[in-house]
Write a protein of this length. Structure first.
Length: 496
């Protein structure tokens, strides 16, 4: 497999970056060592009642525990799965595990967050992936093929941590009282504000308060069709094959590493194209989901700051969140079609354009406390898009691409490994329900929780699912799919 992928890379290396990328890929494949150990077989799952779903979810999480010491630092976190993912700590996966553990044993959530913050960078960035896993010296060295160092990668990931902190504080309040909850808020609030300031100061570089992601991997929705055009895929190729898309992911990483030394300021300020020829940093993407979670995350941090009497910090958080919320409603909303759009820069001209694809991230402005485009359009989005049976209301919602989009593909193919092009996932479902719940759309929220429960009762806990048939795909027991537990408790379907 490894070998085959390497060959694919050669046959595909192309365009302005090709000679350079070819060299780098050659280097990589020469250095490649060893095959990954085979995945363990999937364990049986008991999911016929809601209570069994909960216990199956915690069994999975428990079995994903990684605890020990490395670089003189203690770690305690949960890997995403025993299959497919290495024993490393990912930002948004761990963020989801913290929410789930908060209902059972909040100490596990706290240890996970403390573990992660040990690798917060001096500039405030929290890495997408921290390489705690056991590796041979050769495997450690290999990490430098892509990254500036061998401890953590240079990207970040969907800024979900304010919701994780909220869950931790809430659970601490319930189990240990207000003094303990205040202490927890004081421990974690400032590092998270520092992280959000990093997003604001290094990623909102156009003066419009919208943040860029440097790679599809940073949203977590890796191969979402939202990014196709930013990667230079022509609009008339709505379902690009692996060979057309995946090499772009690698090219970007390698150009950031070898051309820009992972200096993010340099990456975001370098010229985009010269005379119509794309330069190496061709990917310029403002994802509407990332921006919504970023803006709503600021609001949540503001509320936490306010709750512990930090009025000055709260004002900063609210102001930053409101600025981005306003930019989302003015720059990313199209009054004609009454929907939100991603923005990207055309690979050749550098001109900012709306990405045509309708993907699940376009529902996430519903998270914004203020969603005013002349009038509140939450009703329109919920009736016209989310609960529309031609768009997002499938038998097992929420598909990650609108079903009426030419890019929609309900099937995940292991050999292609292009994720997020249609199948239903746990974290996007969680955010849609969170948005509905925060706006008091209780009936729709409950209906979605019920359909998600039906999906898990039918198919068990997996990485992703066909939104029409419910067929499961990818890694078994994926931690972020256990987020259903949060809603089983919060809606009172399960009590214990
Ligand atoms: C499934 O549930 C049944 C009854 O609740 C229990 O006896 C059995 O041990 C469970 N199996 C697994 C694999 O957890
Ligand atoms: C909660 O988690 C901590 C850390 O994993 C563990 O030491 C403790 O025993 C757990 N508490 C309960 C009641 O299970
Ligand atoms: C690495 O191996 C050691 C010893 O077996 C273990 O204690 C540690 O938890 C492992 N690290 C991870 C991240 O699994
Ligand atoms: C480096 O990144 C590429 C994708 O860009 C990946 O295929 C390869 O496995 C990575 N190498 C290491 C050592 O992680
Ligand atoms: C990163 O790039 C910027 C812009 O090119 C430059 O001003 C800065 O000095 C660089 N930082 C480092 C650490 O090299
Ligand atoms: C800013 O946001 C907060 C919460 O997100 C909200 O309560 C407040 O009204 C907003 N302020 C303005 C001026 O929009
Ligand atoms: C549902 O989506 C279809 C397009 O796929 C559209 O024609 C129809 O008007 C939408 N329904 C509502 C209630 O907006
Ligand atoms: C939702 O309902 C609660 C409780 O009735 C209320 O406090 C809150 O202001 C409502 N939120 C919105 C966005 O209407
Ligand atoms: C906070 O905790 C209470 C119970 O202590 C629970 O009812 C509520 O759903 C929790 N809220 C969140 C957002 O987790």
């Amino acid at each position: 497999m490894q070998q085959q992928r390497a060959l694919h890379r050669f046959s595909e290396a192309r365009s302005a970056a090709s000679v350079f990328v070819l060299l780098a890929l050659l280097l990589q494949s020469v250095c490649a060592v060893g095959e990954r150990a085979p995945d363990p077989p999937a364990p049986p799952q008991n999911t016929s009642t809601p209570a069994q779903v909960v216990s199956t979810c915690y069994d999975f999480l428990e079995s994903h525990l990684c605890a020990g010491e490395l670089w003189g630092l203690p770690f305690h976190f949960y890997r995403p799965s025993l299959q497919k993912y290495s024993p490393d700590q990912w930002l948004w996966d761990s963020g989801s595990h913290m929410i789930v553990w908060s209902h059972r044993n909040v100490t596990n959530s706290i240890l996970d967050l403390r573990t992660m913050l040990q690798m917060q960078q001096p500039d405030g960035r929290i890495p997408e992936e921290i390489f705690w896993g056991n590796r041979t010296d050769a495997q450690r060295l290999e990490l430098l093929d892509n990254w500036s160092n061998e401890r953590a990668c240079d990207l970040t990931q969907m800024p979900v941590l304010p919701w994780s902190l909220r869950a931790i504080i809430n659970a601490t309040l319930a189990t240990a009282g207000p003094v303990a909850a205040q202490k927890i808020a004081e421990e974690f609030l400032l590092p998270l504000i520092k992280y959000f300031r990093w997003w604001r100061d290094t990623r909102a570089v156009d003066g419009d308060d919208l943040v860029y992601v440097l790679h599809g991997w940073e949203s977590g929705l890796d191969a979402s069709p939202a990014y196709d055009q930013a990667y230079g895929i022509p609009e008339d190729v709505p379902q690009p094959p692996y060979l057309l898309l995946y090499p772009r992911f690698e090219e970007l990483i390698l150009t950031y590493k070898f051309l820009y030394g992972w200096n993010q300021t340099a990456i975001l300020h370098a010229p985009h194209a010269i005379d119509g020829l794309p330069l190496f940093n061709f990917f310029h993407m403002k994802d509407v989901g990332v921006n919504s979670i970023y803006a709503a995350g600021w609001a949540l941090l503001g509320a936490i700051a306010e709750s512990i009497g930090q009025a000055g910090l709260a004002a900063e958080c609210y102001a930053s969140g409101n600025a981005t919320a306003k930019a989302i409603t003015t720059k990313m909303f199209d009054p004609q079609t009454r929907r939100f759009f991603h923005l990207y820069k055309n690979v050749h001209t550098g001109e900012e354009k709306r990405a045509s694809q309708n993907t699940v991230q376009t529902l996430l402005p519903l998270l914004l406390p203020v969603l005013n485009v002349g009038k509140d359009i939450a009703d329109d989005i919920i009736a016209g898009d989310l609960t529309n049976t031609s768009k997002y209301w499938s038998t097992f919602p929420v598909p990650t691409t609108s079903m009426d989009s030419p890019s929609f593909n309900p099937v995940f193919s292991e050999s292609d490994d292009l994720m997020w092009r249609g199948p239903t996932w746990g974290f996007t479902n969680w955010f849609v329900i969170e948005a509905l719940s925060s706006r008091n759309y209780t009936a729709v929220a409950d209906a979605l929780v019920q359909r998600w429960l039906a999906l898990v009762e039918k198919s068990g806990i997996w990485e992703q699912y066909n939104p029409i048939t419910g067929d499961p795909y990818g890694a078994v027991g994926l931690g972020m799919s256990t987020l259903i537990v949060d809603w089983l408790y919060r809606t009172g379907i399960v009590r214990d």
